[in-house]
Design a protein around this ligand. Sequence first.
Ligand SMILES: *[C@@H]1O[C@H](CO)[C@@H](O)[C@H](O)[C@H]1NC(C)=O
Ligand SMILES: [Zn+2]
Length: 299
Amino acid sequence: MVCGGLPAVFLLFLQRFVLIHGSTLIREDTPGSEMSVMEFGYDPNSIKGPRYWNMKWPSCGFSRQSPIDINTTYVTYGRPYEIRYNQENQDLPGNLINNGHTTAFYFEEKARYLYGVPGSPKDKFLLNELHFHFGNDRIHGSEHSINGQFFPIEVHMVHYNSKYRQPRIASMMPDGIIAVSVFLRIRSGPPNHVDTFIKTNIPRVKDPKGKAVKADLNPSLLLPFKRDFYTYRGSVSVPPCKNNIRWIIMKETRDISIFAYRAFLTLKTKEGEIISKYGNFRPIQDSSCNRLVEANFMY
Ligand SMILES: *[C@@H]1O[C@H](CO)[C@@H](O)[C@H](O)[C@H]1NC(C)=O
Ligand SMILES: [Zn+2]
């Protein structure tokens, strides 16, 4: 998305138009209002696809949607933010599931927390789960992009503000959720701990109807060594797309082996389709030229 392209008013108009146009389409194509039981999907030509999410979930058409392209020209650099975790490099027990859209690892004890977060420096954000976005080639897969460049995988680590006690309650609050995002690249070479975790466990949750798999994961191994990041306020990137979360997008990437990468390509949706066929990344919603994106490093 090029900056200064479409003025915001026009975008609003466009959104309205799609909404009205779209609802006609629904009535004609899906008699009996199947929307109420319908799952969302990523096929761009399907009524379940990202373009139509806002018909069932109006908040997907609201402002401040994610993901965005981070055009580094428009970033505010050198903000004094430094996030920290209370614990590093520990294997943590949890359960890996396939929810039909991705595979997610839910930490059993919410013991690892992030602090020093922009906007809420005094609060503790407990790591609840992490999940992956990917595509069907080695170029696309991430949701966010940096200067138009995508990555094969994007990990989202979802944290909730401990003062709300439960992720579900926190998700309704303006300062409830922090998503830390890391881009993964594919490399050749021997597998590391994360590769082994992925290769061993993901094939066991290929089918969303199967059981959760118990495993241990050290989440520090999915974070870059250097904690330079971009941050902005956006939305959850899946329905209902609530626009109340803060994103922390790591500048440095991590690698996974090609063997681990291939495990993602076997995951299936509830309809038995391969998730990677259309990928599970929402298209770019905006550019940083329209948003406040800050970085904790100098340009
Ligand atoms: C970033 O913004 C600059 C200045 O408006 C523009 O020339 C460039 O094309 C943008 N980059 C991308 C990837 O959209
Ligand atoms: Zn995500």
